[in-house]
Write a protein that binds this ligand. Structure first.
Ligand code: OSB
Ligand code: MG
Length: 386
């Protein structure tokens, strides 16, 4: 495979707003819509690609927000690549991480766009460039916290009927054991069920959490602190349910620490959280060598971000269903055509039969959703507020 030189002449930041069909509640907050930062990278040959920054409006999941990401991209990250020859997409992670700490979601949006640009200029599908081997990826659904167990049960039953291969329910103190019990009773023992606490518990809850062992969950995601590894190891020793880490795994080093400490047995890989595809692949490979399965998480992305996640999830050790729901689960209308869909067996197809992402960005619709944009170029910056 060719490893093409990158030379980016322009990066256009834009913010769009997309209303969720239904509010999504996690333990730390509720989202009614998404403010999404998109990047459009244009190279010296005039090729251009869109990428998506997964940071939320508020720092309820990680310290980043759309506004910190925008700042980081404009002030520190975009200037690292603009107007320069970069050896290839695999070189971008190191370039963005030298003496710039954190801001992984901002870094990832830029780094993943570089991978995509390389896929375009090499004329290969993004999944192929990343080393993906799967043609189809099993899909799970993530269900937000509901006001009553019955409301959660209804959504879980509809999801199973639609073909989803894994049901994830969000939990928080006071809305946990009874909800999981109700869903397990309604669905029976055959369906893969899991819970995600988004860091809502402490070790003071250890005996309470251990009650979840009764429900045969395929995993319990990120029950404890968002940067914790040591306490998760204590909890994992007490529970038979495999712990899956999400928030705590921000780099391949944190994944190595998880393995060394026994903090969990499964990893949710979100490329945005770890700074992009190079880190995602390193975590994937490290876990594969250790016999630890991974799966691709979601951040309520638009169809643009979803395309990047599907490409990543085609790698061999993504052996558990990903949070890769179809467009229609989130939006009345997505920003790409065709929209993302899932077949009746709960599988999303990896578009690996042609170069690029497999979906086309609907530019007119994007423009109608855009609330601000800013053009970044080497040396000088032109600002347009719309
Ligand atoms: O922890 O995986 C999470 C949504 C918002 C914040 C955190 C998480 C989630 C999800 C959504 O679970 C998954 C999806 O995009 O469908
Ligand atoms: Mg999670």
């Amino acid at each position: 495979m060719t490893s093409s030189m990158l030379h980016i002449d322009r990066i256009t930041l834009r913010e769009i707003r997309l209303a969720l069909k239904e509010p999504f509640r996690i333990s730390s907050g509720i989202m009614h819509d998404r403010r999404i930062a998109l990047l459009e990278l244009t190279d010296r040959d005039g090729a251009s690609v869109f990428s998506e920054c997964v940071a939320f409006q508020l720092p309820i999941y990680s310290p980043e927000t759309i506004d910190t990401a925008w700042l980081a991209l404009r002030e520190w990250l975009a200037p690292r690549v603009l107007g320069r020859d970069v050896a290839g997409p695999a070189a971008v992670h190191a370039l963005l991480n030298e003496n710039i700490r954190g801001h992984n979601m901002a870094k990832a949006a830029l780094e993943m766009g570089c991978w995509r640009l390389a896929a375009v200029s090499d004329g290969v599908p993004l999944s192929t460039l990343l080393g993906g081997t799967r043609d189809r990826v099993p899909t799970g659904i993530s269900l937000g916290i509901q006001s009553e167990p019955a409301a959660l049960v209804a959504r879980a039953e509809a999801a199973v009927a639609a073909g989803y291969r894994k049901i994830k329910v969000k939990i928080r103190p006071g809305q946990d054991v009874a909800y999981v019990r109700a869903v397990r009773r309604a669905l029976g023992s055959g369906i893969g069920l899991m819970a995600d606490a988004n860091s809502a518990y402490t070790l003071a809850d250890i005996e309470h959490l251990a009650q979840l062992d009764a429900f045969g969950l395929i995993m319990l995601e990120q029950p404890l602190g968002d940067d914790d590894l040591v306490r998760h190891a204590t909890l994992q020793r007490r529970m038979s349910t495999p712990i899956c880490l999400d928030e705590s795994i921000t780099s391949v080093e944190r994944a190595e620490d998880m393995l060394a400490l026994g903090s969990g047995r499964i990893v949710n890989i979100k490329p945005g959280r770890v700074g992009g595809f190079t880190a995602s692949r390193a975590i994937h490979d490290t876990c594969e060598r250790a016999g630890v399965p991974v799966w691709c998480g979601g951040m309520l992305e638009s169809g643009i971000g979803r395309a990047y996640n599907v490409a990543l999830a085609s790698l061999s050790n993504f052996s558990l269903p990903g949070d890769l729901s179809p467009s229609a689960r989130y939006w009345n209308r997505d920003v790409v055509t065709p929209e993302w869909t899932m077949d009746g067996d709960g599988m999303v197809r990896v578009p690996n039969d042609r170069p690029g992402l497999g979906v086309t960005v609907d530019r007119d619709f994007l423009d109608s959703l855009t609330v601000r944009s800013e053009e970044l170029m080497a040396q000088r910056t032109m600002v347009a507020v719309g």
